[in-house]
Design a protein around this ligand. Structure first.
Ligand code: ZN
Ligand code: ZN
Length: 135
């Protein structure tokens, strides 16, 4: 599939090509900051199929962690677009930044439910993991 998306103000745009290797919702505390409190809906898209077609996002990397992720967001409007994890050959794309978020379809699992809030919804029957599923 070929997905296009961008930030709220339009200064940063991306294209993500290939098949998603995972579609999920993440309940972790970090995602709660970024979403506004709800679980974060994301797709893992192949690294080599992802590129920015307009603008350059600002990157944020925590300095206090051993293996920090890189979070990419628009410096103008603040929209968080994507995350890169060391060693992962995929980009974590935030579904809300797709031009057509309905192409997400549905999550395949809920992860980091250890940080789940009582008001978080998990669809009935969806596999749940306290952290990440075993590989
Ligand atoms: Zn923007
Ligand atoms: Zn998360």
């Amino acid at each position: 599939m070929r997905l296009e998306g961008g930030c709220y103000c339009g200064q940063v745009r991306y294209i993500a090509e290939g098949e998603p290797t995972l579609k999920a919702q993440c309940h972790c505390r970090e995602c709660q900051y970024i979403t506004g409190g709800a679980p974060n809906m994301f797709m893992l898209m192949p690294l080599d199929g992802f590129h920015y077609s307009k603008g350059t996002p600002k990157q944020f990397i925590r300095s206090d962690l051993d293996q920090p992720v890189t979070r990419e967001f628009c410096a103008e409007c603040g929209t968080h677009l994507a995350t890169r994890r060391p060693g992962l050959p995929a980009v974590v794309v935030k579904v809300g930044t797709l031009d057509d978020p309905s192409r997400f379809g549905a999550p395949q699992m809920a992860i980091y439910t250890i940080d789940r809030q009582d008001f978080h919804q998990i669809p009935e029957g969806l596999p749940e993991f306290e952290r990440l599923p075993k590989r």
